[in-house]
Design a protein around this ligand. Structure first.
Ligand SMILES: Nc1ncnc2c1ncn2[C@@H]1O[C@H](COP(=O)(O)OP(=O)(O)OP(=O)(O)O)[C@@H](O)[C@H]1O
Length: 310
């Protein structure tokens, strides 16, 4: 069992080559206990490859990796029982019924139960937690795509993992299911016992769920920090909008607080409809990826390691 402040994931100089194609060149990252970390990056950047290596499903070409204190390439069953995995697509078990499948897979984790963590997660409770109660007796192959994705998440959670990897967990989910999934991740994270690493292309989701965002591009982590910290890395300016005497105005500035203060000093209560728009995560992401791809990236992560404050 890891404790707060402990490093759960430690990666140094990770490289991965498929044939003659080098996908990961020098990936360095560190995740602490209880953090929710989101890995972003363009299609083909190597996010799934990275996750699969960390999960022990794929052998790396080079680099040092410790996941829960162990090299995943040489991990045993006890280690595997502490790690939950939701793959990008998984189409087995079509003939099983939902509840039966979770109860069946759960049995594997029973020997790893402790006084603190009762394993496995009770199948009925888990089915309810992922919103599948109405479908608990259905065969897996009869589920819709989104229901199947909820089941994938349940399969990842059944052993009550200390560390959970989620590869695009909300792809294909409807807005209600997506919101329910966000609530589930937040409740797992709030208990401080589950460290979560997820990939997504949904920047709203990344910002909402994660303590920290890492952007993978060109085989490296090109940015690492909170959404706010990343925004500070781009030379972005805030946009201030307001109305004065019926006319709309806008002004771009890197010192929006000072500007607004001066605006009020000058015009006082005649100012209306004041709005300060900071760079969104989408602006930041696009700018960082463009910078990296045009070779301007200084490859300096915002944050080498930081405490978790939730
Ligand atoms: N088994 C494999 N053999 C050869 N090349 C592979 C293999 N798996 C992935 N690749 C290649 O490695 C690169 C990274 O793929 P990966 O799936 O890790 O990217 P990703 O960031 O997860 O992409 P996406 O956002 O599209 O899911 C891609 O160019 C892909 O074609």
């Amino acid at each position: 069992m890891t404790t707060r402040d402990e490093v759960v994931l430690d990666v140094e100089g990770l490289r991965m080559r498929y044939g003659s194609t080098e996908v990961l060149r020098d990936v360095n990252l560190r995740v602490h206990h209880g953090e929710v970390v989101c890995l972003l990056g363009p299609n083909g950047a190597g996010k799934t490859t990275t996750l699969e290596i960390l999960e022990g499903f794929r052998m790396r070409s080079a680099g040092r990796i410790e996941v829960l204190g162990t090299d995943p390439a040489h991990a045993d069953e006890r280690w595997r029982a502490r790690v939950g995995v939701v793959l990008q697509s998984w189409r087995d078990h079509g003939r099983w019924r939902v509840r039966e499948l979770l109860a069946h897979l759960g049995r594997y984790y029973a020997p790893y139960s402790t006084d603190r963590v009762r394993r496995p997660w009770n199948a009925d409770e888990l089915v309810a937690a992922v919103g599948l109660t109405a479908h608990a007796d259905k065969k897996v192959r009869m589920l819709s795509g989104g229901q199947r994705r909820r089941l994938d998440v349940a399969v990842g959670l059944v052993g009550r993992p200390e560390l959970l990897f989620l590869d695009e967990p909300t792809a294909g989910l409807d807005p209600v299911a997506r919101r329910e999934f966000h609530d589930l991740v937040e409740s797992l994270a709030a208990q401080q016992d589950t460290t979560i690493v997820l990939t997504t292309h949904d920047l709203y989701e990344a910002e909402k769920l994660s303590d920290r965002i890492m952007i993978l591009d060109g085989g490296r982590i090109i940015a690492d920090g909170t959404a706010e910290e990343l925004a500070h890395r781009i030379a972005g300016e805030d946009e201030v909008r307001w109305t004065h005497e019926g006319r709309h105005h806008r002004h771009s500035t890197s010192e929006s607080t000072k500007f607004v203060h001066e605006l009020f000093q000058q015009y006082g209560e005649d100012i209306a409809d004041l709005e300060v728009r900071r760079a969104s995560l989408e602006d930041t992401y696009l700018s960082l990826v463009r910078q990296a791809e045009s070779g301007q990236d200084e490859a300096a992560p915002v944050n080498e390691s930081r405490e978790v404050h939730r």
